[in-house]
Design a protein around this ligand. Sequence first.
Ligand SMILES: [Zn+2]
Length: 133
Amino acid sequence: MWSQRAEEIVSRLIAGLPPAQLDPARTHSARLRALHIGGSMWADYYLRPNGAVVVVGEEYDQPDVGTVHTDRSNVLMALVWGARRYPELLELIPTRPTDAVDCFCRTSPIFAEGKLLCSECGALGWLPAEGTR
Ligand SMILES: [Zn+2]
């Protein structure tokens, strides 16, 4: 699902980051050469130009260790979440095919508020039709 265009957009966003965002004391962006997407209770989420998601501090007792995720769900979540901060990412979120099905999260109040991202659908709110997954 990652494209040349996607790589260009993420690279450009990283290149355009203000110095504070690249300060090693504040984020891991410079070290990882990745875009800071956001933070949870203790982990920080980054997106690399090649479409890999790096989660720093995923393990509570290893705050500086980065874990790389490249599966569809994690990449989609990074895009949906990141687009709130970097609207340029919006165009990388796949459009819903006509035969897609609603994800269960659409009926769940916890997910509806947008505070929690659904890992089943990658926060899209829909899943590809059975057979095309
Ligand atoms: Zn969902």
